[in-house]
Design a protein around this ligand. Structure first.
Ligand SMILES: Nc1ncnc2c1ncn2[C@@H]1O[C@H](COP(=O)(O)OP(=O)(O)OP(=O)(O)O)[C@@H](O)[C@H]1O
Ligand SMILES: [Mg+2]
Length: 252
């Protein structure tokens, strides 16, 4: 079975007597380690689909399997622990905790897992280094730029090495250059740890970084196309730099 399998998925919202068919009949399979984009205009159902894949909302009908588990059948508490063990989420508006510094924000998923403070701080610091924020560990969200906050958001999503990361318009509040940095960073992390990534966006430029583009219109998938990610060459270069740095570190 595919790593993620969506079958016959439907979401209907009721407002008074009105019904909104946010998702009509979604079937989709995503392989492990794949970087997948869900592309569509505003109101097409992207966030609804992503929230259901991430177990944040219940479908009206249909099944979602992640790594063999039918998450639609899990109780609230089982679902919460499944999310903790297997998933990360990146938000358009970062959703960092304002009273916490970068290190503490990144450590949140590890805290929920019951990891002791020292180990948590060590792993979070390593992650912040990896996203280029080694010098911003003690900064609180309002002491960082948007791009820096999103890099904290990325570090938080990846710190517990989840199986899958969901991202809803992760670059929606960023300029073009920062968007490029953030997209490259996310793809690089996924390749490095073999993590599956699902990015939701209305922006075709974002889709270019991914392996597959799922087009969604009015709650229906209209086409799926394979894509040659623009990132590959750079990715390999970076990984080589990583290895070189690591070798240098090892020699010290
Ligand atoms: N909680 C809700 N109650 C009622 N209708 C909703 C709710 N959430 C979403 N909808 C409706 O479902 C449809 C899909 O919304 P969704 O947020 O998934 O779109 P989207 O593709 O993410 O759009 P955007 O790009 O603007 O974020 C819309 O018509 C929206 O009005
Ligand atoms: Mg949305």
């Amino acid at each position: 079975m595919a790593f993620i399998k969506v079958h016959n998925l439907r979401k209907v919202y009721r407002i008074g007597n009105e019904k909104v068919y946010a998702l009509k009949n979604i079937d989709l399979e995503i392989e492990e380690g794949e970087i997948c984009c869900i592309l569509g205009t505003s109101g097409s159902g992207k966030s609804t689909l992503l929230n259901m894949l991430a177990g944040l909302e219940k479908p009206t009908r249909g099944d979602i399997f992640i790594n063999g588990t039918n998450i639609s059948l899990l109780s609230e508490s089982k679902l919460a622990s499944f999310r903790q063990q297997n998933t990360g989420f990146i938000f358009q508006s970062y959703n960092l905790i304002s009273q916490f510094n970068a290190l503490e924000n990144v450590g949140m998923p590890l805290m929920f897992k019951g990891m002791p403070r020292k180990k948590r701080d060590r792993l979070s610091a390593k992650m912040l280094d990896l996203v280029g924020l080694g010098k911003r560990m003690k900064h609180r969200p309002n002491q960082m730029s948007g791009g820096q906050q999103q890099r904290v958001g990325i570090a938080r999503a990846f710190v517990a090495k989840p199986k899958v990361v969901f991202a809803d318009e992760p670059t929606g509040n960023l300029d073009t250059k920062t968007t490029d940095d953030v997209m490259r960073l996310m793809v690089r992390m996924c390749r490095k740890y073999n993590i599956t990534l699902i990015v939701v966006t209305h922006d075709i430029e974002i889709a270019r970084y991914t392996d597959r583009i799922v087009h969604i219109i009015d709650g229906e998938i209209t086409s799926i196309e394979a894509n040659d990610s623009v990132y590959k060459a750079e990715d390999e270069q970076n990984d080589q730099t990583d290895n070189k740095t690591k070798r240098e570190d090892d020699q010290k």
